[in-house]
Design a protein around this ligand. Sequence first.
Ligand SMILES: [Zn+2]
Length: 363
Amino acid sequence: MSDQSKPGSFQLPYAGKYKRVSAFDFPRFALTKKDEKGIIMLMDPQPTCAFVHWVVTGIRLDNKTQVKTTKGGYFICLGAPDKLLKDEADPEHCPYCAHAEDIDGAPVGSARFKACTHLIHYGTTPGGTLANPPGYPPQFLLKVWVFGQQMYNGLTDKRELWGDDTFRLHDLMVTCVSSQYQNYQIDVMPKSIWLEPQWTQYDPQTKKPVNGLAIQIAQLYQQTRLKDLTPLLGKLTSVEEAGKFCAAAKTYVEQLGGADAAAGMTPADVEAAVNAHGAAGPAGAAAVNIDDLFGQPASPPPPAQPVQQPPAVTQTPPSVPQQPQATFQAEVTVAETAPQSAPPPPPAPAQNGGAVDFDSLLG
Ligand SMILES: [Zn+2]
């Protein structure tokens, strides 16, 4: 073993305690082709939510065209959640809010709502049919899904229509409406695959699941879920760091000739880029050490192929202050319309769902 107290290279055993696992390594849910379908089940009782600002963190030069554009990442708003849920800005406490401008190409964008949840993604064909061979149980993968206000509103509408435990008793059929902006239509399915007696065995007396798919999914969720989803929403900084980032962002945009010139990326482009590559992209040289703050660059989402192995994520990312958790209720009023979908049939309880205590099952 080399001396690890001196700067330089060192030798390391292949030991779990030295593994560093980023939240960005966790499989991400995304449908990438128009009309592609997926069957999912939302796992977290409440999504982890934050307001985030898009902040310019550097200038990118296209080697071919020699065109310069800004690059940036999402930063967690430092305002008080209750104030943000009411006013969508808290300039008194958040430097990003104090510097925010609601225009394309602004150095610091206005606070926007984002949410993240774990989900089970079943293995299907692109058309949404379960891909397991006859007689074999459905394949599944635990993934994380980051979505915005419009999707939160749409999911909330479903939950309010179908009642409590909607997302446990019913799978969701997700259809990709626009691949560019990862805009999905959500339809509530009549039942939930994991509760079907074909795949899950129940105790005849207690009616509780004792073996099979429901138990496998519950164990995967208990053992491998991320303890903190905040890094997937944005970078959490101190107030002091936020002030420095805002100043640096203004400098970058001024170098490009102002917000008009910097408006190369529309908010929708930014949204798509962030959904595809994580909350914050890698950053280049800057007046502040952005690389240190960003840490490990985000990795692109894995291909949406079902596997039977659980994801090899056993560690949690560094802990950060907890973000507010919103219930799927219409607490937030915005002027966006929910995704369009056909009205669902009258709610009906799933076959065995009534006897399942989800809280004790999922831990
Ligand atoms: Zn803010």
